[in-house]
Design a protein around this ligand. Structure first.
Ligand code: HEC
Length: 118
């Protein structure tokens, strides 16, 4: 086999894997894993099941912020949000103050958050 062609075949397979991975990251993630992360780290502010009365904390059970696309929400979870206009003077630390999450875990936790709207 001509090595040039073989390189192309390998590249094609790698591109396919990246595409599939990309699609699943935009989908619902693993919600059971996401719930574990949420209950352990995020619920201290956002509340169990996304129900909270803390001023300035988005209430996910009301679907707050869920009109945004995945990409900006994932960025907010990664980098935290320090918004001087927050009504309660609250900010969110990167990863909610917990350990760094992989892209897979970020998709899991956002997938779970998206299920909380009642
Ligand atoms: C220390 C409290 C605190 C913790 C813990 C916390 N958050 Fe937040 N979160 C906030 C605050 C405050 C905001 C709103 C910031 C703003 O826009 O003013 C927010 C906003 C968000 C948003 C909306 C961001 C946007 O772009 O509009 C998402 C999504 C979110 N949090 C997810 C999470 C997840 C997932 C976790 C756990 C990994 C988590 N939060 C942990 C305080 C917290």
């Amino acid at each position: 086999m001509n090595p040039g062609k073989r390189g192309f075949a390998v590249f094609g397979i790698a591109a396919g894997v990246i595409l599939i991975g990309g699609t699943s990251a935009m989908a619902a993630g693993n919600q059971a894993e996401g719930k574990k992360i949420f209950d352990g780290i995020c619920s201290s502010c956002h509340g169990m099941d996304g129900v909270t009365e803390i001023p300035g904390i988005p209430v996910f059970s009301n679907g707050e912020r869920m009109d945004k696309d995945d990409a900006p929400l994932l960025e907010s979870i990664k980098n935290g949000v320090d918004n001087p206009g927050n009504p309660g003077g609250m900010s969110m630390p990167p990863y909610g103050g917990g350990p760094e999450l992989s892209d897979g875990q970020l998709a899991d936790v956002l997938g779970y958050v998206r299920t909380l709207k009642k």
